[in-house]
Design a binder for this molecule. Structure first.
Ligand code: C5P
Ligand code: MG
Length: 205
C-alpha cells in the first residue's frame, strides 16, 4: 500500500507557526526541533522542493505563485504536508518524535486552515510571531545575500507583505477568536524571542 493511501493517524499533534515573511519562523523552529524533538515541516520549503522536483506537474505553477508572493492553491500544499506527515509517521521510527509536528508558514489562507483542520487534525496551538514590516524587511534583505531564494528581492517582498496583511492575517484573527493564538514579539534578539517560545510551549508539552 503506498504511503499516501494510508489513513491519517489520530495520535499526531500539530502546532501552527505563523508570522510575516522574514519574521524568524525558521530560526525559532530549528531551536524548537533541537530542544523538543518536533518534526519541522515548512510549507514554503515543501513547495520549493516540489517546484524543483523533476517531472512535477506543479513546478511551473508553484514558481509563478512564489514569485508573485501569492498563495499556491490549497490542494497542492495540503497534499505535500499530508504526504510529509504520513512519511514521518509511518516510515521513520514511531517514537514520540515523529508524531509531533511544527507546521511552519501554514495556513496562510482561510481555506487552508479549514481544510487542514477538518481532514488532517485540529492544531493544538498557533504561535504567531509578530514584528514590524521595517524589521522584517531588514531581516529579509540580510537573508537575501545568502538564501538563493528568487523571492527575496524587493518587488517580491512587497507583494509578500501585501498577501500577508490581506490573506494571512484573517487566519490569525480566526484562530484568535478560538483562543488558540500565542503572540510572540519578534522585535527582540533570537535568544529573547526563544525564551518567549519556551514559555508558550510549557502549556502545550
Ligand atoms: O514561508 P515562505 O516564505 O517560505 O513561503 C514562500 C512562498 O511560498 C510564499 O510567499 C507563497 O508564495 C508560498 N506559500 C504558499 N502557501 C503556504 C506557504 C507558502 O503559497 N502555506
Ligand atoms: Mg521559512
Amino acid at each position: 500500500m503506498s504511503i499516501d493511501s494510508k489513513p491519517v493517524p489520530k495520535d499526531i499533534s500539530v502546532i501552527f507557526v505563523l508570522g510575516g515573511p522574514g519574521v524568524g519562523k525558521g530560526t525559532q523552529c530549528a531551536r524548537m526541533v533541537k530542544d523538543y524533538g518536533f518534526v519541522h515541516l515548512s510549507a514554503g520549503d515543501l513547495l520549493r522542493a516540489e517546484q524543483n522536483r523533476k517531472g512535477s506537474e506543479f513546478g511551473e505553477l508553484i514558481k509563478k505563485y512564489i514569485a508573485e508572493g501569492l498563495i499556491v492553491p490549497q490542494e497542492i500544499t495540503i497534499q505535500l504536508l499530508k504526504n510529509a506527515i504520513l512519511e514521518h509517521y509511518y516510515t521513520k521510527e514511531t517514537s514520540k518524535q515523529s508524531k509531533k509536528f511544527l507546521v511552519d508558514g501554514f495556513p496562510r489562507k482561510m481555506d487552508q486552515a479549514i481544510t487542514f483542520e477538518k481532514e488532517i487534525t485540529p492544531s493544538k496551538v498557533v504561535l504567531f510571531f509578530d514584528c514590524s514590516e521595517d524589521i522584517m524587511l531588514t531581516r529579509l534583505m540580510e537573508r537575501a545575500k545568502t538564501s538563493g531564494r528568487e523571492d527575496d528581492n524587493i518587488e517580491s517582498i512587497k507583494k509578500r507583505f501585501k498577501t500577508f496583511v490581506e490573506t494571512s492575517m484573517p487566519v490569525v484573527e480566526y484562530f484568535e477568536k478560538m483562543d488558540k493564538v500565542v503572540k510572540i514579539d519578534c522585535a527582540k534578539s533570537v535568544d529573547e524571542v526563544y525564551e518567549e517560545v519556551k514559555a508558550a510551549l510549557k502549556n502545550y508539552e
